[in-house]
Write a protein that binds this ligand. Structure first.
Ligand code: ZN
Length: 501
């Protein structure tokens, strides 16, 4: 007798592989592709998207889902088959609502807009980017209307990255954060001269920067046999298999932070993908379950580990070995304080831990207003500068340092930004739980050892892939829902000590 579950899984595996092939085209677009190839690449990727969408949302998939559900009845909740059915049903019901030509057009527009955005950013020319962005916003509004929503059109877009998350949840999260965060940033602002970070702004040979950072992430457990690091305009992590997980970075020859902390950050995303259970390879369950959970991993390795005192007791002498002239006479305390300097800055990915969420709040409000039609694209640069003034107290002198800095909107990633704050908050909640389970973790970090921490994350987060939705996973791993308390405690303890407040 034909087995619907087997047929369904074969079909889902094909869809997964085709998605991975499309991701490879996108990796190439962002790292290697000559500019002249933009049109042809947009064509390739949009055709792939159409084929994938047609195959996945075909009536046959729906029929197999129905039949397989009968066959798998009674299976445990976390059983692979039961989980496959849950995840596939959710994806199917959602994507079935989108017409194929819209999926194709979003992919095409995204591939084309990437280069338009990159050029506008390089030339500080927001005007040249307006038509491409207007087109993309109109497509995303169409998609949101297809998905449907009850309260806010933005809910429909949030759900794509963080299943179940609503605009009202994000409002509440930022309200909770704002209460504690704004006074903390203000108190630090009054003591801004307590930390001097000039040691980070010197000539740092780019090859040495790379060698040091890659050495660290090897120690974290990032496996270069199943991964690699390339350069990109906007750093990212992508994967085409559990055994092919790639990261990208960018270098500033006069500033240590972007490549160093960028690499640690992306390696955190990479470790998540690399440590999904191998039994899920090639299936719809392989890969991170949401962007918020993903970001909890990157922020944990970048900040909670990578900006900790314990970490640098081990790695500062190593870094001094790479840069004896620049850092040889700098002491550990000066360096530790420098990398943790809090000050409002223009670029989100280079922001300190305390002001980071303020960058996210302004993007969330702007993109929610864009899709609700309350802000027009041609008003966006001014709206950006107003928000920047209100939240960070500074106005970027150029659009390159302002509204043009992020790649997301060009790619149609609207509803994505709030997941950065979810991840940031969650990183502290997870770490608190990990060290409660094994108090030797901070001691090991001080020795350049990370296997206990990585093991805890693998056990509680990574191995499950997409089996559990974010809310379930957080509850299982920490015994409580997402909360901002751990994160605020972490910030207050750390910056209280550094700034004497
Ligand atoms: Zn990230």
């Amino acid at each position: 007798m034909a087995d619907a579950l087997t047929d369904l899984k074969a079909r889902l595996n094909d869809v997964t592989s085709l998605n991975q092939i499309n991701a490879l085209l996108d990796w190439d677009l962002q790292t290697q592709m000559p500019e002249g190839a933009a049109e042809s690449r947009a064509r390739h990727m949009s055709i792939m998207s159409r084929l994938i969408h047609e195959m996945f949302t075909a009536d046959e998939t729906g029929k197999l889902l129905d039949e397989a559900a009968v066959e798998a009845k009674g299976a445990d909740y976390d059983d692979d088959d039961a989980s496959t059915l849950r995840v596939a049903r959710r994806d199917y019901d959602r994507l079935k609502k989108l017409p194929t030509d819209l999926v194709e057009e979003i992919t095409r527009a995204s591939a084309l807009a990437h280069n338009v955005w990159a050029k506008a950013r390089a030339d500080n020319d927001f005007k040249s980017y307006i038509p491409a962005l207007e087109h993309m916003i109109s497509l995303k509004i169409k998609a949101a209307e297809c998905y449907g929503y009850t309260d806010h059109i933005y809910d429909a877009l949030l759900d794509e990255y963080e299943p179940g998350l609503k605009t009202a949840d994000v409002d509440k999260m930022f309200e909770d954060l704002r209460k504690d965060l704004v006074p903390l940033v203000k108190a630090i602002g009054e003591r801004v001269d307590a930390v001097d970070d000039s040691v980070l702004h010197q000539d740092f040979d780019v090859d040495k920067q790379r060698a040091f950072a890659e050495g660290v992430i090897k120690d974290f457990g990032y496996d270069f046999n199943r991964g690699r690091q390339d350069r990109a305009v906007h750093p990212f992590c992508t994967n085409f298999s559990i055994n092919d997980v790639r990261i990208t970075t960018r270098f500033d020859p006069r500033w240590l932070n972007p490549a160093l902390f960028g690499t640690l950050h992306e390696s955190g995303h990479g470790l998540y993908e690399l440590n999904v259970d191998q039994s899920l390879e090639g299936t719809i369950l392989a890969g991170g379950t949401s962007l918020g959970i993903h970001e909890s991993q990157s922020r944990l390795w970048e900040n909670i580990v990578g900006r900790s005192h314990a970490f640098w007791t081990h790695y500062f002498p190593v870094l001094q070995g790479y840069f004896p002239q620049q850092l040889g006479s700098v002491d550990l305390e000066t360096f530790y304080r420098a990398i943790n300097k809090v000050h409002p800055s223009f670029i989100r990915v280079e922001a300190d831990e305390a002001t980071y969420n303020l960058h996210i709040m302004m993007r969330f409000e702007l993109e929610a207003a864009l899709v609700a039609g309350k802000v027009k694209v041609n008003e966006l640069a001014d709206a950006w500068n107003e928000k920047s003034k209100a939240y960070l107290g500074i106005v970027p002198p150029t659009d390159t340092l302002g509204v043009l800095q992020d790649v997301h909107w060009s790619m149609g990633l609207l509803g994505y930004f709030p997941t950065y704050s979810i991840g940031t908050i969650l990183s502290a909640q997870l770490y608190e739980k990990a060290i409660a389970a094994d108090p030797s973790i901070p001691v090991e970090i001080g020795q350049g050892k990370f296997s206990t921490l990585l093991g805890w994350l693998r056990e509680n987060i990574h191995q499950h892939g997409r089996k559990f939705e974010p809310k379930e996973l957080i509850q299982r791993a920490t015994g409580e829902p997402l909360q901002a308390r751990s994160y605020m405690n972490y910030l207050k303890t750390k910056f209280g000590a550094i700034y004497g407040i």
